[in-house]
Design a protein around this ligand. Structure first.
Ligand code: YZS
Length: 258
């Protein structure tokens, strides 16, 4: 069975996450999203909708924790499949709308936030979880959060690792629209149609302009080296090993800060 269902209806493409295991973002699932995006790019579609199965309780459980390395290697490198998909969505020539139903966890929040707009059902939530798992979030991941959300909500989400409601995320500017679950599909289609009616050339160029300008954060080599060495402290730590072990053993982690 495919982990992703790709469909085209007129100028609108839809990519549906379809992994029975709560849509956890395994390398294989992410590769299927990448292939769907590449095919849709070749078809010159005007809008893409990224969604989970209709009625999903979990949009996605985030990075597949079983695939995180436990051998002292950086778990979220430039070439990690999730990082590649985030870049592919940001670089995709047409707008991508995340249509959210259910809970969104960890790396799946970044996947959703890398889309150009987010439409969410009233009962959906997002939780950003590296502190619960002991994972050193990477720099582009943090920067991507900073591009969409304000510092107060980012800090609350990162420091508590708890789910935040779609309503609060809309008030914080992360989500564009929150709608009743039964209106989610029709509302998102309508929004997509409004974009289909505009100039594809202008939309493509606006998207790239916004991407480049929003990424223009200068950082000194010294600052970069410092953050990277702090991250290394985490993935070399006992807490990192404990976080993953506890998840796989389905228990609460016991962190000691070393
Ligand atoms: O018992 P089986 O074998 O059926 O497996 C269970 C879960 O262990 C598995 N599963 C996962 N496997 C790998 N990676 C995951 N992220 C993951 N999440 C779940 O899927 C099977 C069904 O899970 P259940 O817990 O039984 O399902 P349910 O009771 O419906 O609860 C669904 C949720 C999503 C609420 C629950 O599974 C959950 O809390 N999952 C973990 C969510 C999470 O913390 N994800 C963050 C992953 N980390 C990242 O994305 C980044 C590395 S970071 O942390 O840095 O942001």
């Amino acid at each position: 069975m495919s982990l992703v269902i790709a469909e085209v209806n007129g100028a609108i493409g839809t990519i549906t996450l379809n992994r029975p295991k709560v849509n956890a973002l395994s390398g294989e699932l992410l590769e299927e999203i990448a292939s769907a995006l590449t095919e849709m790019k070749a078809q010159n579609l005007r809008v893409i909708i990224l969604r989970a199965q209709r009625g999903a309780k979990v949009f996605s459980a985030g990075h597949d924790v079983a695939e995180l390395p436990t051998n002292g290697r950086d778990p979220l490198t430039y070439n990690d499949p999730l990082r590649q998909i985030v870049r592919a969505i940001q670089l995709h020539p047409c707008p991508v709308i995340a249509m959210i139903e259910g809970s969104v966890w960890g790396g799946a929040c970044e996947l959703a936030m890398s889309c150009d707009l987010i439409v969410a059902a009233q009962n959906s939530t997002m939780a950003i979880t590296p502190a619960r798992l002991g994972v050193p979030y990477n720099l582009s991941g943090i920067l991507n959060l900073m591009k969409v959300a304000g510092m107060p909500i980012i800090k609350e989400m990162l420091f508590t690792a708890r789910p935040v409601t779609a309503q609060r995320l809309m008030e914080s500017g992360v989500i564009n629209h929150v709608v009743p679950p039964e209106e989610l599909e029709s509302f998102t289609q309508q929004l997509a149609m409004q974009m289909v009616e505009t100039s594809p050339l202008v939309l493509r160029i606006l998207k790239e302009e916004l991407r480049v300008l929003a990424s223009a954060h200068p950082i000194t080599p010294d600052g970069y080296e410092r953050i990277q060495s702090l991250r290394r402290e985490v993935y070399d730590s006992e807490d990192y090993q404990e976080g993953i072990r506890a998840f796989l053993e389905k228990r609460k982690p016991e962190f000691h800060g070393r």
